[in-house]
Ligand binder design. Structure first.
Ligand SMILES: [Cu+2]
Length: 467
């Protein structure tokens, strides 16, 4: 079927021309001095200035690779979606990141992850810097390697990892390439950050950002507050499980240093919201340029999936033999979209929802039947400054998240006798379908509440189901 599209749109002669063009680009790059092909204003991190690698388990070291790839999205919008160049089972060309920390010692394995980007990017989290003694566990380094774009060898774009919204970022490590540096192909750069402000943030590539952000180089990142370790009100027994408190009643964590436990939660789920304009993605795979001022997305997503795939299982484990992502159970086409948006909880659980919008369109998420308490906006506790700070948190059934914004909301799961499903969905109904097919789609997910007689397992990571 995909071959039919190919012959209809691009004749064999045109394809050969394109091939010759690509060979030409490659040949030119072989003879032109490399310096001429480098993107403007870049630095190369030399291996001997890399900070020492921290041992596994201690500190927060990550190694990410930037590359291109293919993902699966439902629906049909011919000739752009599914893309006729996509491998079997996949539909849409993307740019993205991969977490290669566990395979980084094997350079071949890392390089083989070229054209295996994931949507949305692997989330990560770090602890707020506490004091000099805890520096080893809280100083954060992220090494970014640019593997290049397999489908577009003509694009010699650098990539960066921009920590969106982080206060006091050192400019050289901020990932904004016009005022600092980008990472050219086959090079790497290690970003350093000392987190001092807890909350929900996001990261994205900032190189040719209109294109690279839309193509999928987006992800979520959180800073966990030191209250998890220290407790509040001078009472160390109020520390959270994430801070090592094993007492049965301890919350899993706090969203902020609230000083009174009001942002305590038992389970945690994050949603990176974004869109796909299938025409633009098709243009990138077919060496064409979209007119960005015509921006008209047709698939809206949570964590890189459209409903009903949003409630499919988590994937994301790495096959140590090949370095490849292991697909979610029963869903091989979601191999490169490993993050589930299904919310699972028990009656009585305090559930933290972290909404992150890295699309270009404002979203409003409604949770039917339960009020959410919004406790933070843009990595800021909703409270005035000082000990008598005015409490500004509020209850709502609809959370607004603008492009580039984040919202932290907590709900308490009601008592149920049997597993109960509720919907969490975009209030913009025109987004709630997938192109060209019937039924609900887009940015919608489900909340599954289990009775206390069916206790869920604890979460080791955000978005884990515990089933
Ligand atoms: Cu990029």
């Amino acid at each position: 079927m995909s071959k039919e599209y190919l012959t209809r749109e691009i004749s064999r002669r045109q394809l050969l021309k394109l091939g010759v063009g690509l060979v030409g680009v490659t040949a030119v790059s072989a003879v032109v001095p490399k310096a001429l092909l480098k993107p403007y204003k870049v630095v190369e991190a030399s291996p001997d200035v890399q900070p020492a690698r921290q041992t596994a388990g201690a500190g927060t070291y990550r190694h990410y690779a930037a590359t291109d790839g293919w993902v699966y999205l439902p629906g049909q919008n011919l000739p752009y979606h599914p893309d006729n160049l996509a491998p079997d089972g996949l539909t849409t060309y993307i740019f993205g990141f991969r977490n290669v920390t566990s395979i980084e010692d094997d350079h071949d394995k890392v390089f083989q992850q070229k054209m295996k980007a994931q949507l949305t990017s692997p989330m990560f989290w770090l602890d707020e810097w506490r004091d000099t003694a805890s520096q080893g566990e809280t100083d954060f380094t992220l090494r970014l390697t640019n593997l290049g774009l397999q489908m577009r060898p003509d694009l010699i774009d650098a990539h960066t990892l921009h920590f969106h919204g982080f206060r006091n970022a050192i400019p050289i490590f901020d990932g904004e390439p016009h005022s600092s540096v980008g990472v050219p192909i086959s090079r790497d750069l290690t970003y350093f950050y000392r987190a001092r402000d807890p909350g929900t943030y996001m990261f994205h590539c900032h190189f040719e950002e209109t294109e690279h952000v839309h193509m999928g180089m987006v992800g979520g990142v959180f800073v966990r507050p030191k209250q998890n370790y220290l407790g509040f009100g001078g009472d160390p027994t109020s520390a959270a499980r994430l801070g090592g408190n094993t007492a049965p009643g301890a919350p899993m964590g706090y969203a902020y240093n609230d000083g009174d436990g009001s942002t305590a939660y038992d389970r945690e789920f994050a949603f990176v919201v974004s869109e796909v304009w299938t025409l633009a993605h098709w243009c990138d795979s077919h060496v064409q340029l979209p007119e960005w001022s015509d921006y008209n997305p047709d698939i809206y997503m949570m964590n890189g999936r459209a409903y009903p795939d949003t409630i499919a299982p988590n994937g994301g484990a790495i096959d140590s033999a090949t370095g490849d992502l292991i697909p979610p159970a029963g869903r091989p086409e979601l191999q490169y979209q490993p993050i589930s948006s299904l919310v699972t909880c028990n009656s009585g659980d305090r559930v933290l929802l972290r909404f992150i919008n890295l699309g270009y369109v404002e979203q409003s998420f409604r949770l039917t039947g339960i009020k959410m308490r919004v406790v933070g906006h843009d990595a800021t506790l909703l409270r005035g400054r000082g000990p008598a700070g005015n409490d500004q948190n509020y209850f709502t059934d609809t959370v607004h998240v603008g492009a580039g914004q984040s919202v932290d909301a907590i709900f308490v799961a009601p008592e149920v006798d049997t597993m109960t499903r509720l919907l969490l969905f975009s209030r913009n109904f025109s987004h709630l379908s997938n192109p060209g097919i019937a039924g609900h789609g887009g940015p919608m997910t489900e909340v599954h509440i289990y009775p206390t007689s069916q206790p869920l397992g604890p979460q080791n990571e955000p978005n884990e189901w515990g089933l």
